[in-house]
Write a new protein. Structure first.
Length: 685
């Protein structure tokens, strides 16, 4: 079967069969056909029209949607700003927070010792500063500061372009006002919300403060590194002078530090600091704050080290004073000025001597630290050197540390003996003995037999001091120590006679003061006056003390014995031309500590040498380097002063001929009298 289809067999092939075509349609088709050649006569015109129409439409489209998007972007920005603004406290509660209080500590002559407090320095008014100090800050940090409204669009745009070009953040667009806002009110986090709040607060600052007021806030609170907040703290920290006295070059250095306080610190990286200062000076010249010639003259050679202030031993003084402030005036609500008893020249000289002895002899003799305390006979402290290098160790070995004083404690033992009937000429036995398992031995393991108390103290005989402690009772020795001003806890055991109880160098030295002043007890003190920055008096020292603590007779006896100890005994290396002096050495077991405390009628000074870890030294005793250092220091302290004798008086010499028996134990805890001691204290055991 043939299934092929012809054209007539397809669907619709005969649908119009028999119908006539409408003339209208034919005519329209003809007309349209005739019109075609006319339209094609200028094909370029049609193309031009289409092109023109496309460009216009594109521009219109872009303009329209750009306008729409800008409106939406503006609304979004307003919304975001409003959102973060709502997170801020109400504007009527905004206020610049008080600057943390500063404690300005000065020596007796007005010399600044140090500033203490969170900021590290006091606030200064902008009018007190040389004109180039704030100018340096403006020139390098915010050149349009005086003209912008708190936000600098030009600076922001320039920073943005620079960051995009560099492919990383190389600069910020924050103004000085924005930095003040951030430092006063906000955290340092780099988030868009915080930046928006910073900008709002900057606008508020510009509305409520003058340009100089904002700049003053900035100068007094910005961080310069090294723990220094504010221009005054930085000037003192790096140059040892007030910001009021900064040179142009120093002002440029401090302005340059702000970019990177750690990296550009003048004491740690003087080369980069000097280079940055040159950029600051050039910027100042470009903006006509200074001339080109002034910029060149003030520039510091990067190859030369910038002279900066070193944290000296006076910082030990400042630390101690700071700990006392609460007890003196309670909470500190504003800047205060504290006048101390410190003699600046003696303080620095003591520091020099301490460093010198450790540098020259420390390695050879195995010691690494030394400390010094010096005070007047009324207890006012003249110098405190707490160690060889404050920058390396802030531990105060003169005030805070407690060490065994060794034989330097023996004057307290001998005074107690005098007050209980002994005299400097009382005869005692220097021989080994044992008492309830305790067997003291002399430093050199040599014994001389019968000896006076004067000779025993001068030669620091341990067996004699031990016998005295047993005879008079350790409890009485502790009571005497407390009466003289020792404040450390003391355990009343016989070994206390050998200086085994730990005390500070300060309290030990102060305990010698009654020997120097005629028997009056003292309270070691360092603060004489505290006042506000406006001059309001908060504290004024009134000389006080425990009164008379030693009779004049016993003062004379002690001065007789302790002068002899310096003249012929273990302290004979201590000298003071033309001045009557007295003192006592102290050396602990295995030469772990070496001490000398000595005095004139004018001043008492104690010196300690040793190691923080208590390791032994190589043959260093109290009569060696401590006594020599004491001599050098006291010579400076007495320069130009009239010679004054130590307090003395006639006292009756009534030597006890008997000697104390030797080397046995007793069954009685305490002998009731000297005769009992002779007859009953020691037996074979």
């Amino acid at each position: 079967m043939d299934l092929r289809l012809s054209p007539k067999d397809r669907i619709g092939a005969n649908s119009n069969k028999g119908k006539k075509k409408k003339p209208k349609k034919t005519r329209a088709k003809t007309k349209a056909t005739k019109a075609k050649p006319t339209k094609r006569a200028n094909p370029s015109r049609k193309k031009s029209k289409k092109k023109s129409f496309s460009l216009g439409s594109a521009f219109g489209f872009l303009f329209y949607w750009g306008f729409v998007l800008s409106i939406w972007a503006g609304l979004a920005i307003v919304g975001i700003v409003g959102y973060f603004a709502m997170k801020l406290p109400s504007a009527d509660t905004w206020a610049v927070p008080d600057r943390p209080a500063n404690i300005r500590i000065i020596a007796s002559n007005g010399k600044l010792i140090s500033n203490r407090g969170k900021m590290g320095g006091e606030a200064v008014a902008i009018q007190e500063l040389p004109h180039y100090v704030p100018a340096a800050m403006i020139a390098i940090e915010d050149r349009r500061f005086m003209s912008h409204f708190g936000i600098d669009p030009i600076g922001i745009t320039r920073a943005l372009i620079g960051n995009i070009t560099a492919g990383r953040i190389t600069a910020g667009g924050s103004t000085i006002t924005q930095q003040v806002a951030k430092n006063l009110f906000l955290s340092p986090e780099q988030k868009i919300g915080r930046k928006i709040q910073e900008a709002l607060l900057a606008l508020w600052l510009e509305k409520n403060y003058s340009k100089n007021g904002i700049l003053e806030l900035y100068l007094n609170r910005v961080y310069y590194g090294g723990g220094a907040y504010g221009i005054e703290a930085a000037a003192q920290r790096f140059f040892g002078k007030s910001a009021r006295n900064l040179s142009l070059g120093e002002a440029a250095i401090l302005a340059g530090v702000l970019k990177a306080p750690s990296r550009l610190s003048p004491d740690k990286n003087p080369k980069d600091s000097a280079a940055r200062a040159r950029i600051v000076l050039n910027a100042m010249a470009d903006q006509n704050y200074i001339s080109i010639e002034e910029a060149r003259a003030a520039a510091i050679d990067p190859n030369k080290r910038i002279r900066t202030r070193v944290a000296g031993a006076e910082y030990y003084v400042a630390d101690w004073v700071e700990t006392l402030m609460q007890a003196y005036i309670g909470d500190i609500e504003g800047d205060v000025i504290v006048t101390t008893t410190i003699d600046w020249d003696l303080q620095k000289y003591g520091e020099f001597l301490i460093k010198e002895v450790v540098t020259e002899h420390g390695q050879e003799k195995d010691f690494s630290q030394a400390a010094l305390v010096s005070l007047a006979t009324d207890g006012s402290v003249k110098a405190i050197v707490g160690g060889t290098d404050y920058a390396q160790s802030q531990y105060n070995r003169a005030v805070t540390a407690k060490r065994q004083p060794g034989s330097a404690f023996k004057p307290i033992v001998y005074l107690t003996a005098l007050e209980n009937g002994f005299t400097p000429n009382t005869m005692v036995n220097d021989e080994p003995f044992s008492y309830k398992g305790w067997s003291p031995k002399n430093y050199n393991n040599k014994y001389v037999g019968s000896v006076t108390l004067r000779d025993a103290l001068a030669n620091s005989l341990n067996t004699v001091a031990g016998r005295l402690a047993i005879e008079i009772g350790a409890e009485k020795i502790v009571q005497t120590a407390y009466r003289l001003g020792i404040s450390s806890d003391l355990n009343p055991v016989p070994s206390i006679a050998l200086g085994t109880q730990e005390v500070s160098l300060l309290e030990l030295s102060a305990a010698f003061a009654p020997f120097a002043n005629g028997g009056e007890g003292v309270i070691a003190h360092i603060i004489t006056r505290i006042e506000t920055a406006d001059g309001e008096l908060l504290y004024d020292n009134i000389p006080t003390g425990p009164g008379n603590v030693i009779s004049k007779k016993h003062v004379a006896m002690m001065n007789d014995m302790l002068s002899y100890a310096v003249e012929v005994g273990t302290g004979k290396k201590a000298k003071l031309a033309n001045w009557p002096i007295a003192g006592k050495t102290g050396t602990t077991q295995n030469n772990k500590d070496a001490i000398f405390v000595g005095y004139s009628a004018n001043i008492i000074t104690g010196v300690w040498i040793g190691n923080d870890d208590g390791s032994p030294m190589d043959g260093v005793g109290g009569g060696s380097f401590p006594a020599q250092l004491w001599t050098d220091f006291m010579a400076r302290a007495h320069k130009g002063l009239p010679v004054t004798a130590l307090p003395t008086m006639q006292w009756q010499i009534n030597p006890i001929k008997e000697t104390l028996p030797t080397n046995n134990e007793t069954n009685d805890d305490r002998p009731k009298n000297l005769v009992d001691l002779f007859n009953n204290l020691f037996d074979d055991g």
